[in-house]
Design a protein around this ligand. Structure first.
Ligand code: CMP
Ligand code: CMP
Length: 242
């Protein structure tokens, strides 16, 4: 890889160009601009520029540094040798599982395969915290195996002594969590913990926005159900409304 220093307002990538490199962020903040509209931001972490190299397409977005920054670049040929081979393995590994996830049923096969390409995997031990209520959200999870416990502290009871975390739901294989904060642009509404050994698939917020748009309506339908759960537990659903 080679190092690249960038200055504020510098375009690292221009939408429509051919793809030359893939970039990993060492530091700096970068706007993601699609057809003139800012659709997201990388804040001192993450990577970009993989799409044009993976799918032989023009650059799908413009990436502009908003601060001074440093990037690590990987040239197209090396990227393809490493990543395309790895993606092929990943597709074989996760294809069947992804086909079985109810949320993703409404997507085309090619769209589901693009999700496989961007998946990360995370293994957790019993009791490990996956999400912390109140945190800023940057990813979404699907349970690959094991069980995840969703726990919540009522914000409306924040000043009361008995305001301990209570269990509100469990997620098992094929179910997802951590979508709410991404859909509502709010902090995490609850915490999530592994029950026993757990494997989760992780999708970062940029890939979520790009690939899961068609599933957002399905996810939004959940909100009413979440509110009902909270009314049953806390007597109000104010926590989701603030
Ligand atoms: P690429 O198309 O090679 O160049 C622009 C990059 O922006 C793209 O790869 C992705 O890595 C990144 N990106 C982040 N969010 C989006 C988005 N919503 N649409 C398209 N590209 C995006
Ligand atoms: P998010 O707010 O991103 O992080 C915590 C997650 O817990 C949330 O997304 C939902 O996926 C999940 N969850 C499950 N049940 C509820 C509920 N009743 N209220 C809020 N979040 C819930």
């Amino acid at each position: 890889m080679f190092e690249l220093r960038v200055q504020p307002q510098e375009h690292v990538i221009d939408q429509g160009d051919d793809g030359d490199n893939f970039y990993v962020i060492e530091r700096g903040v970068y706007d993601i601009v699609v057809r003139g509209t800012c659709v997201g931001q990388y804040d001192n972490k993450g990577s970009f520029g993989e799409l044009a190299l993976m799918y032989n397409t023009p650059r799908a977005a413009t990436i502009i540094a908003t601060t001074e920054g440093a990037l690590w670049g990987l040239d197209r040929a090396t990227f393809r040798r490493l990543i395309v081979k790895n993606n092929y393995k990943k597709r074989r590994m996760y294809e069947t599982f992804i086909e079985s996830v109810p949320l993703l049923k409404s997507l085309e096969l090619s769209e589901r395969m693009k999700i496989v390409d961007v998946l990360g995997a995370k293994s957790l031990q019993d009791g490990e915290q996956i999400i912390m209520q109140g945190d800023k959200a940057d990813c979404f999870f699907i349970v690959e195996s094991g069980e995840v416990k969703i726990m919540m502290k009522s914000k409306t009871k924040a000043d009361q002594q008995d305001n301990t975390e209570v269990e509100i739901a469990r997620c098992t294989k094929g179910q997802y969590f951590g979508e709410l904060a991404l859909v509502t642009n709010k902090p995490r509404a609850a915490s999530a913990y592994a029950v026993g050994e757990v494997k989760c698939l992780v999708i970062d917020v940029q890939a979520f926005e790009r690939l899961l748009g068609p599933c957002k309506e399905i996810m939004k339908r959940n909100i009413a159900h979440y509110e009902e759960q909270l009314v049953a537990l806390f007597g109000s659903s104010m926590d989701l409304r603030d």
